[in-house]
Ligand binder design. Sequence first.
Ligand code: UGA
Length: 455
Amino acid sequence: MKLTVIGAGYVGLVQAAGLAHLGHEVMVYDINHRKLEALRKGISPIYEPGLPEMLEEGITQKRLFFTEQMKEAVLFSSLLFITVGTPAKITGEADLSAVMAVAHQIAHFAEGDKVIVLKSTVPVGTCEKVEQMMNEIAPTYTFQLVSNPEFLRQGSALSDFLSPDRIIIGIAHPEQIPLMEEVYRKVDSPILWMDRRSAEMTKYAANVFLATKISYINMVAELCEAYSADIEQVAHGMGTDRRIGPHFLKAGIGFGGSCFPKDAFALMHMANEVGVPVPMIEAMMLTNDRIPERVVHRLLSLMPIHAREITLLGLTFKAGTDDLRDSPALKVISSLSKYPYSLRAYDPMIKAGNPHPSLQSVTLISSLKEAIEGTEAILLLTEWKEFREADWESLRKWVSHPLLIDGRNCLDEEKMRKAGFDYVRIGKQPMLSLKPVRAPHGWKDGRRETPVSRQ
Ligand code: UGA
């Protein structure tokens, strides 16, 4: 099939490269000329494992094309995917201006009927709104909107595209069924057909549910620390109940990224618009927001009294990406910068000189060994393979003080102990060789000494 993808961002590029891989001819439109120039040479503007190879495949097999001319993109096919961003406004509401602008242009340039597949994450009712607007702009033709939310995870987006658990498609016009079946014919996953509003809601509901699962396990982790239970054992015990399932029960420094926080705020905004109270989402976000501060206090309470050097390992919001958006590491930095410590950080994807404003109080180091040399406390914040597979026994000799807090519970506890580290995990009482020597006022081992009274 001939297909057009409007917007060469993260979702658009994965969608376009994936569709070309499935055998379709795909025209990608983007406003950014330099980005397209790079793409034409097979250079991916984003870091995503496997994407450069798939782009290269599409280009050499002449199934993937790029244009900055909207007219060319619109005339290329009668089925267009909209994959432009819907960032959060200050109110939390999703900003639909980019979606509206491209829909407007499509209607303007169309010389025939079009099916528009909305992949951008949009508030419930957007398909209807966009469809009405487009049909008013160009009444000679018919524009039909389909909702097809994406469930791609950064770092494994291509496998998520090629073998998703399911494909969600919201339609209002049954004639779209064979068309959309043809788009995904070579993907061996069930298609769940539903109405467009339900498809739009499914995207938010799924993301916010996953975020809630993480906050829930992080809340239990804090309780485990207080009651000397072990969150890993608890999560395993819970996750083996098939009604709960083992996924997204990994306790740690909390969730970040461009999706969970943004979608949670957008859903809260939508709820507010219709007067539906959503205290669960608020509690979930609050739980997530306070973890970095809590872990910082735990670190401070366990550090030697004269310590000055802290090393952060990992800055991105998870492994397999170079994305710093809403990364818990940035909250850790902001919290630590209130204290007179010297902060250095190493992340395999974040190079020295990175202009991110939150990184200006940190010295970015280019290797793991250098980053920990002479340090007095290590806080691991991203579960990079390099950290998981590092030879910590050899690395031990480079640190001045062997305290390591594993904010992702990703290192081998026994090996770390054997290597001589005072190794601390989230959701577990540490067994330290050194006694905690310093606690900020009102805090002990990362917890408030006096529980906050409930009103
Ligand atoms: C998320 C969803 O998983 C995708 O299905 C969705 O398509 C995407 O958002 C989106 O809306 O575009 P992503 O943000 O790439 O994908 O990352 P996840 O793998 O879901 O992780 C999100 C955050 O939760 C990360 O900070 C991760 O470290 C954290 N996390 C995840 C945990 O702390 N514990 C877990 O058990 C799982």
